[in-house]
Write a protein that binds this ligand. Structure first.
Ligand SMILES: Cc1cc2nc3c(=O)[nH]c(=O)nc-3n(C[C@H](O)[C@H](O)[C@H](O)COP(=O)(O)O)c2cc1C
Length: 261
């Protein structure tokens, strides 16, 4: 694979130029105090409307970690990482807070899904960056979405809490650090004032070129996003999980109250 062009970031931003997902870890813990810093970095993330619509579960029980690794597509790096965290959107605590002071809960599932996902994602990304700044390797685990409903039950998540993805953090095995993965060309993602009318065939081809050869990335996209791919298989899982966790959107015209949310 060709090495992608990554700008030479100035020192405070170097962490962005170094990022790659790590899937091979040494059997070593994080240095004392480092997890606490990583957590504090997560807690400092901005939060929409001061809602703090996230929760993070640290998985320290080895049997539970093993079961989660299996449910996430049997990903060994979940078992091997020093830390494995499950990041969730969470409007359960928020609802409890509003009702605790006598307020009537007014948030529906659509807004809960959007705001909770953005809050939880900002926390996760702050934590990932903090861990990488401290020299650790990280890997997000969207494999959680293979079995979101089962995992929600396993983690005793109440209504209004939905697991989004996991985050592995650990000491990278220096012998197995991958090269930088390419990115889609900037011109296809960053625009000025207006979205382009249409992507030309040449522009689309340029994305395949940048991503390291037409066939490889096309195969990856097909495996994940084409009919019958990973994402299509996750759709019914997500429908079950949203229903189970009280986050299933209703027809806005319906007189029925939103599900348990
Ligand atoms: C939300 C999310 C879910 C992901 N899920 C997985 C996963 O389940 N397993 C895995 O090994 N990598 C996972 N990744 C890592 C991506 O494969 C990786 O970020 C992508 O290939 C780009 O490579 P890079 O991070 O090395 O630049 C995930 C990344 C994100 C952002």
């Amino acid at each position: 694979m060709t090495t992608p062009h990554v700008p030479d970031f100035p020192p405070p931003l170097e962490v962005f130029g170094r990022h790659r997902s790590i899937r091979h870890f040494l059997p070593e813990p994080l240095a004392p105090g480092h997890l606490e810093w990583i957590i504090q970095a997560g807690r400092r993330a901005p939060t929409d409307a001061q809602g703090h619509m996230y929760s993070v579960l640290r998985i320290t029980d080895p049997a539970l970690r093993d079961e989660l690794a299996t449910l996430c597509g049997d990903q060994q790096h979940i078992r091997d990482a020093a830390e494995f965290l499950v990041h969730c959107l969470d409007v359960h605590r928020l609802r409890r807070l509003v009702e605790h002071r006598g307020g009537e809960w007014g948030m529906g599932p659509r807004i809960a899904l959007l705001y909770g996902t953005s809050d939880a994602t900002m926390v996760a990304e702050n934590m990932m960056l903090a861990a990488e700044m401290l020299g650790y390797g990280t890997c997000y685990i969207g494999g959680v979405q293979n079995n979101t409903d089962v995992i929600a039950q396993l983690l005793a998540l109440p209504q209004g809490v939905l697991p989004l993805y996991g985050l592995c953090i650990g000491v990278p095995d220096p012998a197995r650090i991958p090269g930088l993965r390419p990115r889609v060309p900037q011109e296809l993602c960053f625009f000025e004032n207006r979205y382009p009318e249409e992507f030309t065939p040449e522009e689309l081809e340029s994305a395949y070129q940048a991503m390291g050869g037409k066939r490889d990335w096309y195969e990856t996209l097909g495996r994940y996003f084409a009919a019958g791919g990973v994402m299509a298989r996750r759709e019914p899982v997500m429908a079950r999980a949203w229903r189970q966790q009280g986050l299933e959107p209703r027809d806005p015209a319906s007189q029925e109250p939103d599900h348990a949310l």
